[in-house]
Design a protein around this ligand. Structure first.
Ligand SMILES: O=C(CO)[C@H](O)[C@H](O)COP(=O)(O)O
Length: 213
């Protein structure tokens, strides 16, 4: 993982920011560089919608107004990082446990620009353990269903999401059909959000300063 790659991608995402926008902002170390870049041009934008308490704090500290998605309606642009990205712009997200709000903002945004360093690119998703946010009382039930599907869930102990839920990280999945698996996992009772972004992939992926696809 390279900070230089993350910073370069985050800076290039500024090319998609237009005057007067309310920008959807993700979570993570790559997005932290994007917030820095956004802060330098904060006079150009109206503000942001944030995907986590962590990003909200950083945005406010930078003097960028943060709005509630319920008040903004759909957004023109969402910028966020990812833990893995395939050639079809399908992603694994949730390493920072912010997957639920990230998925909501991605769904409500016209353009999702994903910023990654080259280490995040994979041919098949699943080497990074797949994060799944669960209602706490369903942790062990959901875990058993995941084992039946061939996964090895590990409880991310000590982590509570911004929504008061817990996270299972599922190891050992070879995700050859990301849309099918996302759909199947969404059906398990107690699952709040699956960290697979395949049904709503990114629209644009910026990889360091090397390429955009
Ligand atoms: O999904 C996320 C947070 O829930 C992040 O986008 C993902 O974990 C990548 O983080 P980083 O930019 O720190 O590598």
């Amino acid at each position: 993982m390279s900070d230089a790659g993350k910073k370069a991608a985050a800076k290039r995402a500024m090319d998609y920011v237009e005057d007067g926008m309310i920008v959807g902002v993700g979570t993570g170390s790559t997005v932290a560089f994007f917030i820095d870049a956004l802060a330098e041009q904060k006079h150009r934008i109206e503000g942001a919608v944030s995907s986590s308490e962590r990003s909200t704090a950083a945005l406010k500290a930078a003097g960028i107004p943060v709005f509630d998605l319920n008040h903004t309606g759909d957004l023109a642009l969402y910028v966020d990082g990812a833990d893995e990205c395939d050639a079809h712009k399908r992603l694994i997200k949730g390493g920072g446990a912010a997957l639920t709000r990230e998925k909501i903002i991605a769904a409500a945004s016209k353009k999702f620009v994903c910023v990654v360093d080259p280490s995040k690119l994979v041919s098949v998703l699943g080497k990074f353990p797949l994060p799944i946010e669960v209602v706490p009382m369903a942790r062990s039930y959901v875990g058993r269903q995941l084992v039946k599907l061939g996964g090895q869930p590990a409880w991310r102990e000590g982590v509570t999401t911004d929504n008061g839920n817990w996270v299972l990280d599922v190891h050992n999945l070879q995700i050859v059909d990301p849309v099918g698996l996302e759909t199947e996992l969404n059906q398990i009772s107690g699952v709040v959000t699956v960290g697979l972004f395949a049904r709503r992939p990114a629209d644009v992926v910026i990889v360091g300063d090397q390429k955009v696809f």
